[in-house]
Write a protein that binds this ligand. Structure first.
Ligand code: SF4
Length: 369
């Protein structure tokens, strides 16, 4: 090959090699660029991960803090609720409500001087004063413990029951309540007023934000003289009307004489079934003695029963006199066509019922009687 041709070939080969090298260089650069980009993305992702973790940690910390705070608030409100129920039990057991005391004093003033009736009413008056002054139960029988609790929507009732039981136990230890819960089969009275049906707690939901608690301590002697009549009650020729109802209520008063520690107050329910009738008759006893029935026939009947009973000469403790009843409260429930019950609950002079409204922290805000 001539030298010129050889040189041209060499040049071309050199160019080819140079081109290949450039291509390689470009490819290398591309790979390096990709690597850098990948690294950047990975770094960004790692940063995001760390930030996410930190946020999660913060949120967990916040939730834990909130949970702890909630627990502390709950512990505080539990303690407040306990104190409020204990105070309610103490006052119910030892202080007669104002409306009842007023009627007792009016009755005492009406009794003839120097009679056994006046003597009995004076003892009742002294009993009320001593119990209040010494913070001691009005009577040795502190009765069946009956709570009626109005709660806001969504309130957890089991929370209340737990605390309420604790307060009842404490009140029993402190002597505001007697051990009064007997195992019916064994006859043992060993618990601190806690057992099946004791205390009796009825819940109702209301549209308010507050909790209202009403408490009644209902003695056994007066509970024993409660009565229920299935109408018509032929023995008295008492039919299914208010005339018949009047007859059986006065019959219950006659039969209770000398028992149940009068003068008493009647809670009456006309209608319902045997169970609901008695429950409603007890609910009537949460009404104030000076309130007026909204139903005119019942209002007249309530007045008539008290006036008539007080002319029967039964008197306080059955000793004779002018004061047999301090009040009578009558309500109604619908009934089946086949039944017509009149249920009478009798409350003795030691009329222990009180109530409170609690504020948001579950402290006592207002007394209801
Ligand atoms: S009836 Fe009333 S006053 Fe009489 S013993 Fe019972 S609780 Fe006491």
């Amino acid at each position: 090959m001539p030298a010129k041709k050889k040189a041209i070939k060499k040049k071309a080969t050199k160019k080819k090699v140079a081109k290949k090298a450039t291509k390689k260089k470009v490819a290398k650069k591309k790979v390096a660029k990709k690597k850098v980009a990948k690294k950047k993305v990975a770094k960004k992702a790692a940063k995001k991960k760390v930030a996410k973790k930190a946020t999660k940690k913060k949120a967990t910390k916040k939730t834990t803090k909130k949970k702890v705070a909630k627990k502390v608030v709950k512990l505080n409100t539990d303690a407040e609720l306990f104190d409020s129920i204990l105070e309610l039990i103490k006052i119910t057991s030892t202080v007669i409500p104002d409306d009842v005391q007023k009627v007792i004093l009016e009755s005492l003033a009406r009794e003839e001087k120097n009679t056994t009736a006046e003597y009995a009413m004076n003892i009742i008056k002294s009993n009320i004063e001593i119990a209040k002054r010494k913070i001691q139960p009005l009577c040795q029988d502190t009765g069946t413990i009956i709570f009626y609790v109005d709660v806001p929507k969504g309130y957890i009732q089991s929370d209340f029951v737990k605390i309420c039981h604790k307060a009842v136990v404490k009140a029993t230890k402190l002597g505001y309540l007697r051990q009064n819960s007997v195992d019916t089969l064994t006859g043992k009275n060993e618990t601190m007023n806690i057992g099946p049906g004791h205390p009796s707690i009825h819940f109702h939901e209301h549209n308010k934000e507050t909790i209202d608690i009403r408490l009644m301590l209902k003695g056994g002697g007066c509970e024993n003289v409660g009565a229920q009549y299935a109408m018509p009650y032929n023995a008295l020729e008492a039919g299914r009307d208010l005339k018949g109802v009047r007859k059986v209520i006065l019959d219950a008063v006659q039969k209770a004489q000398g028992k149940g520690c009068g003068p008493g107050v009647l809670g009456v329910c006309i209608g319902g079934d045997r169970g609901s009738g008695y429950i409603n008759s007890k609910e009537q006893l949460f009404r104030k003695l000076d309130d007026e029935n909204k139903v005119s026939e019942l209002r007249d009947l309530e007045k008539d029963i008290v006036e008539t009973a007080n002319k029967l000469g039964i008197g306080p403790m059955g000793f004779g006199g002018k004061t047999t009843l301090l009040g009578c409260k009558i309500g109604t429930l619908n009934r089946l066509p086949a039944s017509y019950y009149v249920s009478v609950s009798y409350m003795c002079w030691a009329y222990r019922r009180q109530g409170v409204t609690l504020d948001k922290s579950l402290k006592i805000k207002k007394w209801l009687y």
